[in-house]
Design a binder for this molecule. Structure first.
Ligand code: ADP
Length: 603
C-alpha cells in the first residue's frame, strides 16, 4: 500500500515537473526582460551618440584642404593630430579621412603600426554610401585592425561637391565586456543573421541558422567578416510563447545548454539583440519544488502511515482485549458450569453418604437388636440350665422324701428335705446374682473405706479359701484409704475377683493370691494376682462380656466380671485384666481417692 502511494506521488510529481519548469521559465524570462532593455538602450545610446559625429567632424575646413592637397604634409600631420585628439575626447576607436578613390589620407591612428593611412576602403559599403551622399553605416571586422567595429561615414563636401568621406569607428568590445557579468548571455545578430556581438567570445561570427549562399556572397564581397569563422552554431530552436522562445546550443565538446530567449530589434542598425537566459535555473527551481513537494508529501504520508498504524494497533489491542474478555467470560462460565456439576456431584455424594449412614445405622440397630436377642437367648439358656438342675434335684429329693416317709424312715426323709433346702439356697443365690446384674445407676457414690471393703470380702470368702487351701498374701497397710464408691458393691467386686482367682488355681499345689495396693496421684490401684493358668487372647477380649464363661455348667454364670466392670465404672474408676509376666492372671481395680468424711457422716 505504501509502495503504491509513493509510486502515485512520484508519478504525479513527474507530470507536474514540466508544467512547473515551463512556469519558472516564463517567470525567468520576465524577470530578465529589463536586462535586455538595458542592453538595447546602451547600444542605441552609443549608436545615436556616434551617429551625428561624422557629419560634424566632416565640416572642418582642414579636411577639405587636406583632401584637395594630400601632399601638404604639415596639413596632413595637423589633421592627423586633430583627429587623434577628437577620437580620444569623444571615445571613438578611430576617425579617418578617405579620398574620392577610397584611399585613406589621414587617420586618428596614424601613429600606430597598423595605421589606416594609405589603406583603401573603396570596397566598404559605408564609403560608397557616404560618397553617394547618404549616411554610411556598417558593422564589420576591421581588415586592418582585426577589431570588430561599427562604422559611420559622411561625405566631406567642398561647397556642394563631395570630395571625400569622413568615417568613424567605435569598437563593441566594451559592451561585450559589460555583458559578461551575470549568468545571461547577450548576442547581437545583423540582418543576415550573423552573431557579430556576443558576451561569449566563441559565438562571435556564428549564426543560429545556416546562412543563405547570397548572404555569404554579400559578406565575402564587403569583407565584412572572416569567411572561415562563419560556421553556424549547433542550435535547436523551439517556440515558447509570444514573448519567448527556447534554444538549445551544443558546443564542440558535446555539452548542451538550454536557454530561454527574448529579443528586441534596433531598426536603424538592422540588429536583433537576443538575451539568452540559462534554462537551468528554471529546471533547478522546478526540481527543488518537486523535491520539496515530494518530501512534504512523503512526510505527510509518513505521518499518515504512523497515525494509521497507531490506529490499527489500537484497534488490534482493543480487539485483543475484547477477545480476551470474551475468553475470560467463557472460562468463567465454563468454570461455573464445572463447579455446578462438581457441586451437584458432591450433593449426590452427600445424599449417598447420608443414605449409607442411614443404612449403617439401621444395620447397627438391627445388629444391636440381634445381639440383644442373642444375649437374651444365651441368658435364657443359661438360666434354664442353672434353674433346671436344682429343680430336677428338688423334684427327685421330694420324691425320695415321700417314699422314705411312706416307709417310715424319718432320718432319710430329713436327709432329703435338707438337700431340698440346699437346692433352694442355690436357686436363691442365682436369683441374688440376677438382681445384682440389674444395675441401679441411681445409687449414689460416696467416700467409703477401701480397707473395710477388702476385709469384708476376705471374710465372705473365708470358707472357700479354707476349702481349697488357698492363701492370700496382702499388703494393705494400716491407714484408712477412702475411695469414691458404695460399700456393698465395692466389696462384691473384690469377692468376684478373689473368687475367680481361687477358681483359676484349682490344680495348683500351693495356691497363693497376691493382693496389693498402689497409690498414684489421686488414684489407687488394687491388684489381685493369682498363679493359675492365665487367659488366652480370645478370653481377654471377651472377659467383660455378660455370660462369657469357661467354667463348666453349674459352676459359672459369666456374669461376675461383667457386673464388676459396670460397678467400677459407676464409681468413676476402671477395671482391667491381663496375664502376669511370671504366669497367672492379674486383675486391677483403679479407684478415685476421696477425702475422709466428717466423723458424724462416717458413723
Ligand atoms: P464365672 O466366674 O461365672 O465364669 P466371671 O465373669 O467371673 O464368670 O468370669 C468369666 C470368665 O473369666 C471365667 O469363666 C474365666 O474363664 C475367666 N476368668 C476370670 N477370672 C480369671 C482368673 N483369675 N484366671 C483365669 N481366668 C479367669
Amino acid at each position: 500500500m505504501i509502495a503504491g502511494g509513493v509510486a502515485l506521488v512520484l508519478a504525479a510529481l513527474a507530470l507536474l515537473f514540466p508544467v512547473l519548469e515551463r512556469m519558472y521559465l516564463g517567470q525567468l524570462g520576465t524577470r530578465e526582460a529589463p536586462t535586455l532593455t538595458l542592453a538595447v538602450e546602451g547600444l542605441n545610446g552609443s549608436l545615436r551618440r556616434f551617429e551625428a559625429l561624422p557629419g560634424l567632424i566632416a565640416e572642418r575646413p582642414d579636411l577639405v584642404q587636406a583632401l584637395r592637397d594630400p601632399s601638404d604634409a604639415d596639413l596632413i600631420a595637423r589633421v592627423n593630430d586633430d583627429l587623434h585628439r577628437t577620437a580620444e575626447d569623444v571615445g571613438l576607436s578611430d576617425i579617418f579621412v578617405i579620398d574620392f578613390s577610397g584611399l585613406t589620407i589621414a587617420a586618428s591612428n596614424h601613429w600606430k603600426d597598423l595605421s589606416f593611412v594609405g589603406q583603401n576602403f573603396a570596397y566598404r559599403p559605408y564609403f560608397t554610401l557616404a560618397l553617394a551622399g547618404d549616411q554610411g553605416r556598417f558593422f564589420a571586422l576591421g581588415t586592418t585592425s582585426g577589431e570588430r567595429g561599427y562604422f559611420f561615414a559622411e561625405a566631406v563636401r567642398d561647397g556642394s561637391e563631395i570630395i571625400g568621406v569622413l568615417a568613424v569607428k567605435f569598437t563593441v568590445d566594451d559592451f561585450e565586456e559589460a555583458w559578461r557579468d551575470g549568468s545571461n548571455k547577450l548576442i547581437v545578430l545583423d540582418d543576415a543573421g550573423v552573431i557579430f556581438m556576443a558576451s561569449r567570445p566563441a559565438w562571435q561570427f556564428r549564426s543560429l541558422v545556416p546562412l543563405s549562399p547570397e548572404a555569404r556572397a554579400a559578406i565575402e564581397e564587403t569583407k565584412k567578416y572572416p569567411m572561415d569563422a562563419l560556421v553556424p552554431l549547433q542550435a535547436v530552436q523551439a517556440p515558447f510563447d509570444d514573448r519567448f522562445r527556447q534554444v538549445a546550443i551544443t558546443d564542440e565538446a558535446g555539452t548542451t545548454e538550454r536557454f530561454i530567449v527574448q529579443s528586441q530589434t534596433i531598426p536603424e542598425a538592422g540588429w536583433d539583440v537576443l538575451l539568452l537566459t540559462p534554462a537551468e535555473q528554471a529546471w533547478t527551481r522546478a526540481m527543488g519544488t518537486v523535491a520539496l513537494s515530494a518530501l512534504l508529501l512523503l512526510l505527510v504520508g509518513l505521518i499518515a502511515t504512523v497515525v494509521i498504524q497507531r490506529r490499527m494497533q489500537l484497534q488490534e489491542r482493543i480487539r485483543a482485549a475484547l477477545s480476551m474478555q470474551e475468553e475470560l467470560e467463557h472460562r468463567v462460565s465454563q468454570r461455573t458450569a464445572e463447579l455446578k456439576a462438581a457441586n451437584h456431584l458432591i450433593m449426590q455424594e452427600v445424599e449417598e453418604r447420608r443414605a449409607a449412614e442411614n443404612r449403617l445405622r439401621r444395620t447397627q440397630t438391627e445388629l444391636i437388636q440381634a445381639g440383644k436377642l442373642a444375649a437374651l437367648g444365651q441368658m435364657a439358656a443359661a438360666l434354664s440350665h442353672e434353674f433346671n438342675q436344682p429343680l430336677a434335684a428338688v423334684k427327685s429329693f421330694a420324691r425320695n422324701a415321700a417314699a422314705y416317709l411312706d416307709r417310715g424312715e424319718s432320718e432319710k426323709v430329713r436327709q432329703n428335705v435338707g438337700m431340698i433346702d440346699d437346692m433352694v439356697d442355690r436357686l436363691a443365690a442365682i436369683s441374688t446374682h440376677l438382681r445384682n446384674f440389674a444395675r441401679r445407676p441411681g445409687e449414689k457414690t460416696e467416700p467409703v473405706l477401701l480397707n473395710r471393703a477388702l476385709d469384708t470380702a476376705l471374710v465372705i470368702l473365708e470358707p472357700k479359701l479354707r476349702a481349697t487351701g488357698c492363701r492370700v498374701s496382702h499388703e494393705i497397710g494400716c491407714g484408712d484409704i477412702w475411695v469414691l464408691g458404695g460399700q456393698v458393691r465395692l466389696q462384691q467386686v473384690f469377692v468376684n475377683l478373689l473368687s475367680n482367682a481361687v477358681d483359676a488355681m484349682g490344680d495348683v499345689p500351693d495356691p497363693v493370691i497376691d493382693l496389693t495396693l498402689v497409690q498414684e496421684d489421686s488414684e489407687i490401684h488394687v491388684r489381685v494376682r493369682d498363679r493359675g493358668t492365665g487367659m488366652t487372647e480370645a478370653e481377654i477380649a471377651q472377659l467383660f462380656d455378660p455370660f462369657f464363661t469357661t467354667k463348666e455348667p453349674g459352676k459359672g454364670l459369666g456374669l461376675g466380671l461383667s457386673i464388676s466392670y459396670n460397678i467400677v465404672r459407676d464409681f468413676g474408676g476402671t477395671l482391667g485384666g491381663r496375664n502376669h509376666p511370671e504366669g497367672g492372671a492379674v486383675f486391677s481395680v483403679t479407684l478415685k481417692l476421696a477425702e475422709a468424711p466428717s466423723l458424724a457422716a462416717a458413723e
